[in-house]
Design a protein around this ligand. Structure first.
Ligand SMILES: [Mn+2]
Length: 424
């Protein structure tokens, strides 16, 4: 299923007059609208292959139908999203769920849709059919050398698939840890994990990055071997300049000050990637901006401020990805909403008057600082983001067009009602 260009043009034409009115209104109040629009057009958020099917919980999974049955169909789905919003120009694969049978053909297919391959993801949190050793007691941390060897070899295999596809980064998320006090020697678990990561690091091509993702709890509930940003930063620092910390919004203890974490990691040049989602309780994997949009805004504020302080390219110098997948919505609609929430919030962060904010900080004026941030947060950036889409050749209202074109119905017809995408 693809959406032809003329459908997008027709859709845009029908909304153009109202859009112009709304865009002119916001543009009149923004001093550098053109520069902001350029940044919005450049900004791309990678879509993970596992978000294209319905997510499950440990209790059940309720497929919505028309899910992609193969890697080719996953690429088609991301191509469809990208055609609608021109902000989803990358796909992040997971091995072994997405092993490319013919990497050259897969690469060519992605290129047809204007997609590149974002970070590759390894999996040592599950046992795969036919696997020699179990990860029940961890992978890189495991007390048994043969298990650690198997996990290292798997990660190197993932790098090799990524090389063939033109990816340039590896995300390592480990579920390693312990469920009960006394189960694990913390220092030994750390040391084993570090040694494993060092071997994987040594296999990285020169231009690659390694992202060390942390998570506070789950599936282990007493300790996690990469449990917070301190531990991740410790690994990344010991590994070397190609290793970075990856922040996933859902991987913190409740009420963690994620914006402060982001600011300090950027200061140290060690923030490498970012996983967007939203949560009420833990790693809920809900739609970006659906629960705590103000927190997302405060995080973007620090991201933009910290990247600008280091002269970084917003679009290219960090890995941006959605990492969410849940039970209820059509996954493609959910992803359109998530990308929209990211773009709206990024646009808000670009609108913050930094000079004024610094002045309030130097004057210890907490009231004025709050006014600046909240006035910006309350600015409606929808027409700004829509204008960026229009200029990039995307739809003014991607979700409306998706629904008008009855995309899901077509996908169910094409693929069947009972298809289940590989993933969680
Ligand atoms: Mn993640």
């Amino acid at each position: 299923m693809q959406i032809e260009k003329y459908k997008i043009d027709e859709h845009n034409q029908s909304m153009l007059k109202e859009h112009r009115r709304r865009f002119d209104f916001i543009a009149a109040g923004v001093s550098d609208a053109e520069a902001i629009l350029k940044k919005l057009i450049d900004f791309q958020v990678a879509i993970p292959s596992w978000a294209l099917g319905t997510g499950g919980t440990r209790f059940g999974r309720f497929s919505g139908g028309g899910e992609p049955r193969s890697l080719e169909e996953k690429i088609e789905d991301v191509g469809l999203l990208h055609a609608l919003n021109r902000s989803s120009g990358a796909i992040s694969l997971h091995i072994p769920w997405d092993i490319p049978g013919n990497p050259a053909a897969i690469k060519a297919l992605a290129a047809q849709f204007g997609l590149r391959f974002d970070a590759m993801n390894s999996n040592t949190f599950q046992d795969q059919p036919g696997q020699q050793y179990t990860y029940k007691y961890g992978s890189l941390q495991n007390v048994k050398k043969e298990v650690r060897r198997q996990a290292i070899d798997h990660n190197i295999e993932v790098i090799n698939y990524g090389k063939q596809l033109g990816s340039d980064s590896l995300t390592v998320w480990l579920s390693d840890g312990s469920c009960f006090p006394g189960q694990l020697n913390f220092r030994q678990a750390f040391q084993h994990t570090l040694e494993g990561l060092q071997e994987i690091y040594a296999a990285l091509p020169g231009n690659w990055k390694m992202f060390v993702e942390y998570k506070a709890f789950e599936p282990n509930f007493y300790s996690m071997t990469v449990g917070d940003w301190g531990q991740s930063l410790l690994y990344a620092s010991k590994l070397g300049p190609k290793a970075y910390t990856l922040v996933d919004l859902g991987h913190h203890l409740p009420n963690a000050n994620i914006e402060q974490i982001v600011a300090l990691l950027l200061m140290e040049g060690k923030l490498g990637g970012f996983h967007f989602n939203d949560s009420k309780y833990g790693d809920d994997d809900l739609t970006v901006g659906s629960i705590k949009p103000y927190q997302l805004f405060l995080i973007f504020n620090e991201l933009v401020e910290g990247m600008d302080a280091r002269g970084m390219d917003h679009a290219r110098d960090l890995g941006w990805m959605i990492d969410a997948s849940h039970n209820v919505k059509d996954p493609l609609e959910d992803l359109l909403q998530s990308v929209e929430a990211i773009m709206l919030t990024y646009a808000q962060a670009l609108l913050i008057d930094r000079k004024k904010l610094v002045a309030t900080q130097l004057a210890n004026d907490a009231v004025a600082a709050q006014e600046i941030l909240q006035n910006t947060f309350r600015t409606d950036t929808r027409a700004l983001v829509a204008e960026a889409r229009l200029r990039a050749g995307a739809a003014l209202d991607p979700l409306a067009l998706y629904r008008n074109e009855r995309v899901r119905e077509h996908l169910v017809k094409e693929r069947g009602a009972g298809t289940v995408a590989t993933g969680l």
